[in-house]
Design a protein around this ligand. Structure first.
Ligand SMILES: [Ca+2]
Ligand SMILES: [Ca+2]
Length: 428
């Protein structure tokens, strides 16, 4: 009897333990399944290679073309690709778009930094139906873009060597991106290099005209190194004596601004939080805060804020909206003839004691750097909006609805494409 009871007890115990173990494993497996589904897009690796591994340049053969090719098992909607080249021996001559490289046909932005020897190219497919699949097994790649290079005149008799390669990792705010219909893929940099040999001699100096529409190519790029953007000459002493004599005041500020694409009271929000900074003319930050703007019937947005005990000097102001590029503003009534083109260098904004009115509504805050923001409008931002037309998801609307009318649609896509010509945040 005793033994039987023990056996039953032990069986119940085992069964219970089994049930618990099963429940735990189902939960764990479920978690991993969910996780694997969520990150499916990001786990797809896309490979790249150059069309050649060696390029020899000589006065007889001064220019060469080089294609960047994309491999992968999945559809591609767009990509941003970074390349570095040895600027001491090569000059970048431009982008070309032969038929073989027209798969991703919309070149959205190209940035060439000749000082650093860096090139960034963003291309996207304008609509989801056209997303490109790297084709047949025997030919699993397509050409992303063709680059043209030229040797630089060398007076020394030595043969000079260098390498063109993909830049793995971010450059300033720039990063590699490869995007498909379901989101971002993982680019595989995999040690791709082109060995360059430049023979000495006199190279011709004529620049062949690139065949890409020059309107789509913007040179030179803003310097991507973030620390050099303050504009402080190295000989400037950091805290001059005059600063001790600066008067300090309490100032109230009334700001009025305008966001790209919003012409009246927006349907879908009652306020927009922006990051607002004030800076000395030499780039030293005095204040930064989040300021909530409220919409007016005429499409402008207003906010009031108060600064305590700030130096009575010349400033510039930066404003960055939650889906917007940052704008640097240097005067109290800035204007622009073409929307989005306002630029300024030296801060001339003075706060006076008491009330101050800053009317920035004659210039536009350009939209398109959507959360999570990285300071540029890039392939991920564009394809996110393009891939989510008509979505009712609250998250999609929170991220991609640029004109705050409650829907992500072609209007938002037009806004982001228009803003692209001014891709970068303006530096602080
Ligand atoms: Ca972005
Ligand atoms: Ca919208």
């Amino acid at each position: 009897m005793y033994n039987l009871r023990q056996t039953i007890k032990s069986t119940i115990k085992k069964t219970l333990l089994g049930v618990i173990a099963l429940a735990v494993s189902v939960t764990v497996l479920g978690f991993f399944y969910q996780y694997s589904q969520k990150s499916k897009a990001s786990m797809i690796a896309i490979d790249f290679k150059f069309s050649q591994t060696n390029i020899d340049l000589s006065p007889e053969n001064p220019t060469k073309q080089l294609d960047i090719e994309i491999f992968g098992p999945n559809k591609i909607s767009g990509a941003t690709i970074l390349v570095s080249y040895p600027k001491d021996i090569l000059k970048f001559d431009g982008f070309e778009m032969p038929d073989i490289c027209s798969g991703l046909d919309q070149t959205v932005k190209t940035v060439i930094n000749e000082d650093l020897g860096q090139i960034a190219v963003t291309k996207v497919k304008p609509s989801a139906e056209d997303d490109i699949l790297p084709p047949k097994p025997e030919q699993q790649f397509f050409c992303f873009i063709r680059l043209a290079f030229r040797g630089i005149t060398s007076t020394s008799s030595e043969i000079r060597k260098g390498e063109i390669q993909f830049i793995a990792g971010p450059v300033g705010t720039y990063e590699w991106e490869v995007v498909g219909p379901d989101g971002a893929y993982t680019p595989n940099y995999a040690d791709q290099k082109v060995a360059i040999t430049v023979s000495s001699g006199t190279y011709p100096t004529t620049t062949p005209t690139p065949t890409v529409d020059p309107n789509e190519t913007q040179t030179p790029s803003p310097t991507p190194t973030p620390l050099s953007t303050t504009g402080i000459p190295p000989e400037t002493s950091p805290e001059p004596v005059s600063q001790i004599l600066e008067q300090r005041i309490d100032a109230k500020a009334n700001y009025r601004i305008k966001f790209q694409g919003i012409t009246g009271q927006p349907k879908n929000t009652s306020s927009i939080d922006t990051k607002l900074g004030i800076y000395r003319a030499n780039g030293v930050q005095i204040d930064t805060r989040s300021v909530s703007f409220t919409p007016q019937a005429d499409g402008t947005w207003v906010a009031d804020t108060e600064y305590k005990n700030i130096p009575n000097i010349d400033y510039y102001i930066t404003i960055k909206g939650p889906k917007h590029l940052q704008k640097k503003i240097c005067e109290t009534n800035p204007k622009e003839t073409v929307s989005g083109t306002y630029r300024c260098k030296d801060g001339k904004i003075k706060f006076k004691k008491g009330n101050n009115t800053f009317d920035f509504s004659q210039i536009y805050m350009l939209a398109g750097d959507i959360p999570l923001q990285n300071g540029i409008i890039d392939a991920v931002d564009i394809i996110y909006i393009r891939s989510n037309f008509g979505s009712q998801s609250a998250e999609v609307i929170a991220r991609g609805d640029l004109n705050y009318d409650g829907i992500v649609d072609s209007q938002d896509y037009t806004i982001i494409l228009n803003a692209l010509s001014f891709k970068y945040d303006e530096t602080e």
